[in-house]
Design a protein around this ligand. Structure first.
Ligand SMILES: [Zn+2]
Length: 240
């Protein structure tokens, strides 16, 4: 004979377990059933997987599935949650990952998709290879810069105006604006138009060189080269 499952009793038992009645014996006494039944109920409702699991989840501010679940107990200096786990101090998000997804693959990096280090929502913790996560970081930097520009329009306008003014001041009367325009328009993709002698080279706070905004002072550089060059003078012009 199969006994019908008493949902109300199941829920009450799970609730008691979650509320901090950690020992099965205590719950069994309260509901007047055997410990085996309690084990079955907890298993059926997926409340129990690991002996320390309850202790772990009690330290997590569990919210909805999409939200971040902040760690409520001790944190490392970098903001990651810490817990004593199987005899040593472990990062909380690693434990959260292990408890929900199983063992962490060897050589994998655990990454927070939500960017908050103390988050223990298993849905926000992804395991990536080292190469993947470095590439992601690079993409994230691009996204971050884009977001910054969108959220700081005034500051961005101000920067652009200053840059325009600097360009305008550096343009001599004899410069051929048509040619300059053409140089900018025909810039190959992935390249930047660069001033060979920068419009403004600072050494400390001192202005040491001002290049001209004219066709002879323009060149194409790949984006990486240009970012690396920044505002430094070309080697043959550099002076001590
Ligand atoms: Zn999160």
């Amino acid at each position: 004979m199969v006994w019908p499952i008493d949902r109300h009793r199941d829920e009450a038992i799970c609730a008691a377990y979650r509320d901090g009645m950690t020992t099965r014996r205590a719950i069994a006494e309260r509901f007047d059933v055997s410990r085996r039944v309690i084990n079955k109920v907890l298993k059926r409702n997926k409340v129990f997987k690991h002996p320390g699991e309850l202790r772990f989840w009690r330290k997590v501010g569990i919210r909805t599935k999409q939200e971040c679940w902040p760690w409520k107990a001790s944190k490392s200096r970098l903001g990651y949650g810490q817990i004593g786990w199987q005899g040593r101090v472990t990062e909380a998000h690693r434990v959260a990952f292990e408890l929900t997804h199983g063992e962490i693959p060897a050589g994998a990096w655990l990454v927070h998709s939500c960017k908050s280090p103390d988050c223990c929502n298993p849905k926000h913790i992804i395991s990536r290879t080292k190469e993947d996560s470095i590439r992601d970081d690079r993409q994230n930097r691009v996204l971050y810069a884009r977001a910054w520009r969108a959220n700081n329009k005034r500051e961005r306008c101000y920067q652009q105006a200053r840059r325009r003014a600097r360009k305008w001041r550096a343009t001599p009367s004899w410069a051929d604006l048509g040619v300059i325009k053409k140089i900018y328009e025909s810039c190959p993709s992935g390249h930047h138009v660069d001033h060979i002698v920068p419009l403004r080279t600072l050494r400390g706070n001192k202005l040491v060189a001002c290049g001209l905004h004219c066709e002879a002072n323009l060149q194409y550089l790949t984006a990486t080269e240009n970012v690396r060059k920044r505002c430094s003078l070309p080697d043959d012009l550099a002076f001590p």
